[in-house]
Design a protein. Structure first.
Lengths: 310, 295
């Protein structure tokens, strides 16, 4: 620092604090980040805190709120509808994640080769990804229509009796799984394909020269090298599955007989249909903590199992 | 693409006994993978093809059993009927404004912030960066209700401004661009600094032109996200005048849920822009999706 130079002259030559500040990197840095920081503070950081506060209030989103302590959380523990919403979300997630991960892995391996028509096959797998959730819902409502739906027609051709699908409380959630696997599979496949193409070809050749078959090469070389991609897809799909909403809203609105009311749909009902803002915020926080715990658990297991090359 | 070694060894290498084609195994005239891929491709495409077919049928054809797989006559009238049943043109304009505004906002604000985080040493930089990143962990539902209340306080409920503002900048975009900026050679920027170019000048004249792939990736991800966004518009928009396409489509569904031919025509129209973007820029699109998974 020039201020402490032996002669002391530098002290007098120092420009004013303001000038130094204006010329410094500190100000420049803050000016550059200011718009982003303001936007993220107002629309993310403040709402995170506010949401916690809301969850401790009785708040109908219109009249002034009042503090109720942990009453919302206590009410949640006794709320049978919330408990069944958790149940539906867990069932959905536990089926959706393994099915889509395994399906995507098999498909990516199949798509990672140069055979005729491969571009067409890839296109077919990726196209549902750009179809919006609302459009997906509308299309599947019609495909699965009990009376006029194409799926029942195909079942009819092979002699299976008419099914109610989304109108049957015992089938609706599984139909939602099928529908969302259809629309999300392309995403997982793209990530697996990128990972597969990152595997050095000489590694596979070395394995084959050592006499390993296709299957054992896949199991002991390809699969471990896909570990990081698998971990990412599992974590990402789980987070998305726990937040399922759009497809439910468009197809079943939580029905029939609440059989597809998942956590976020229940949150939406409480906050924006029954105007229980505080209760909705409490549901959101429970979901947040659940997602955090599941994600950390998956990463922790992943860290012990997944082999990173670099 | 997998790296091929310069010399292809296995072809000429003395093969192990099992490499001899077994006489018992009948050879298919095509790769066996087609047996898996063809049915899967069919399953993936049938819902979309069926959507197009039903959109061309009359109501009677659409609600017949067995279904008319190939319509005996084509009715393009469904499209104009759907277009007029709800203000579709308005939905398109709203979606376009929503998507383009959020893309522009993210490109600008994320670039500015990412550049500062990558290149400028300023007080509180590391802490601020971690705080911003931490917001990525929080699911949208947690901030949904307070964000609604904030937008309400700003008097922006049921306006395009209220729709757009919370999505103008994302911590994801800042993180992604910062990672990219850090891979650029710093020498160019230092030389420009010595020549007296301002920080802003360096960002716009040197850094951003070198970052077009990263900017395109962020733009594509954001565009796709905004175009298909449903939950936030559902909460914040009440009137048809301000509804973006996906919300408008769900309104069409609510009003005409028995007219499947009309509904399918509307659905086709709502998906065409995104589909066109995908088909035209397929490679970019796939790169963008793969990128989200790589880091």
């Amino acid at each position: 620092m020039s201020a402490h130079s032996a002669t002391g002259i530098a002290v007098h030559r120092r420009p004013s604090l303001l000038k130094r500040l204006v010329a410094s990197d500190h100000l420049a840095g803050w000016v550059f980040v200011a718009p982003a920081v303001i936007l993220i503070a107002v629309f993310a950081i403040i709402p995170i805190g506010w949401s916690l506060l809301l969850s401790l209030q009785a708040n109908n989103l219109i009249a002034p709120a009042h503090y109720v302590g942990l009453a919302n959380y206590r009410a949640l523990t006794k709320d049978a509808a919330f408990r069944s919403a958790i149940g539906h979300t867990v069932v959905y997630t536990v089926i959706f994640v393994p099915v889509s991960v395994a399906g995507a892995l098999a498909l990516a391996v199949a798509l990672n080769r140069k055979i005729r028509g491969i571009r067409f096959y890839r296109l077919a797998v990726f196209v549902p990804l750009v179809t919006s959730t609302v459009a997906t819902g509308i299309i599947f409502l019609w495909l699965l229509d009990p009376t006029f739906g194409l799926v029942n027609y195909v079942l009819h051709l092979v002699g299976i009796p008419q099914q109610q699908f989304l109108q049957d409380p015992n089938q609706a959630l599984y139909c939602i799984v099928a529908m969302t696997v259809w629309s999300w599979l392309g995403f997982d496949v793209i990530i697996y394909l990128a990972a597969l193409q990152g595997i050095p070809g000489d590694l596979l050749e070395a394995s084959e020269m050592d006499g390993a078959g296709k299957w054992s090469t896949f199991r002991s070389i390809v699969l471990p090298l896909l570990g990081p991609a698998t971990l990412f897809i599992v974590v990402w799909s789980t987070i998305n599955a726990l937040q399922l909403f759009d497809e439910i809203y468009v197809t079943t609105r939580g029905g029939p007989l609440e059989s597809t009311t998942v956590i976020v749909y229940y949150l939406y009902q409480q906050a924006f249909q029954f105007f229980n803002g505080g209760y909705g915020a409490a549901i959101a926080y429970v979901l947040f903590v659940a997602i955090l715990i599941v994600t950390l658990l998956q990463l922790w297991v992943g860290r012990r199992r997944v082999y990173y090359t670099s | 693409m997998s790296v091929q070694p310069a010399v292809s060894v296995p072809e000429r290498f003395p093969r192990l006994p099992d490499a001899q084609p077994s006489p018992r195994r009948a050879r298919l005239p095509f790769s066996a993978w087609h047996l898996l891929l063809a049915p899967v491709a069919a399953i993936m495409l049938v819902p979309l093809v069926w959507m197009v077919i039903v959109s061309l049928e009359t109501r009677q054809q659409a609600t017949s059993f067995p279904p008319q797989l190939i319509p005996s006559s084509i009715h393009l009238g469904n499209y104009s009927a759907a277009w007029n049943a709800v203000p579709f043109g308005q939905f398109f304009v709203n979606s376009l404004i929503y998507s383009l505004a959020t893309v522009a906002g993210n490109l600008l604000f994320c670039s500015l912030a990412a550049y500062a985080f990558a290149r400028i040493r300023f007080f509180g930089r590391e802490v601020l960066f971690v705080v911003l990143l931490a917001t990525l962990m929080v699911p949208f539902q947690v901030i949904l209700i307070p964000t609604f209340l904030i937008v309400k306080k700003l008097g922006l409920v049921d306006t395009l401004g209220g729709l757009i503002m919370p999505n103008l900048c994302s911590a994801f975009g800042i993180f992604m661009l910062r990672q990219f900026f850090r891979t650029l050679p710093i020498e160019l920027e230092e030389a420009a600094r010595i020549d007296g170019t301002s920080r802003l000048g360096i960002l716009f004249k040197i850094v951003l032109p070198l970052s077009l792939p990263a900017l395109a990736t962020l733009g594509i991800i954001q565009f796709m996200w905004s175009w298909n966004d449903f939950l936030w518009p559902l909460i914040i928009i009440d009137s048809q005048k301000h509804a973006p396409l996906q919300l408008g489509l769900s309104q069409l569904q609510g009003a005409h849920f028995t007219q499947w031919n009309l509904l399918m025509a509307g659905t086709v129209m709502s998906q065409i822009p995104m589909l066109a973007v995908f088909l035209l820029a397929q490679r970019w699109f796939i790169r963008s999706v793969a990128f989200t998974g790589i880091k």
